[in-house]
Ligand binder design. Sequence first.
Ligand code: 4NP
Length: 158
Amino acid sequence: MVKVLFVCLGNICRSPMAEAIFRDKVKKENLQHIISTDSAGTGNWHIGNSPHEGTLDILGEHQINCENIIARQVEEKDLQDFNYIIAMDASNLGNLHRLKGFKESGEVFRLLDLMNDLSIEDVPDPYFTGNFVEVYDLVDKGCEKLLSYIKKKESLSI
Ligand code: 4NP
């Protein structure tokens, strides 16, 4: 199994959105038995909570299933368990590097690092900006690119 973990700060806005969008793309390509998707936050405030209303609303508008997505905090063992750990912004990446005993066994980078045609590198936090539409567009583009990247890396392309 190729395991992908999306990471943000609270795990209620951006990373659960990325989890749902990426999982949807994986399913549409019939790769759900090969690629698994999860998300977590570096903070602990929202453990056990459902995604933010803004995330649920925009996913609903795009008919993207968001079942079974519950906030959790990233753990040290995630660094060994996941093949791809995808942060939403530079601060999340810094927090991952500061995890006790940081030693990743897979790849760790920001979602938008793969997009060289964008002038933006971090997915803005809609918890503070309120702009879930902008975030959806960025995350959707990023996830599309990430899936092609992983398919190539893992030799899953037809
Ligand atoms: P997220 O947004 O990292 O995209 O889930 C946030 C959600 C909650 C908080 C911060 C960011 N908070 O401070 O509670």
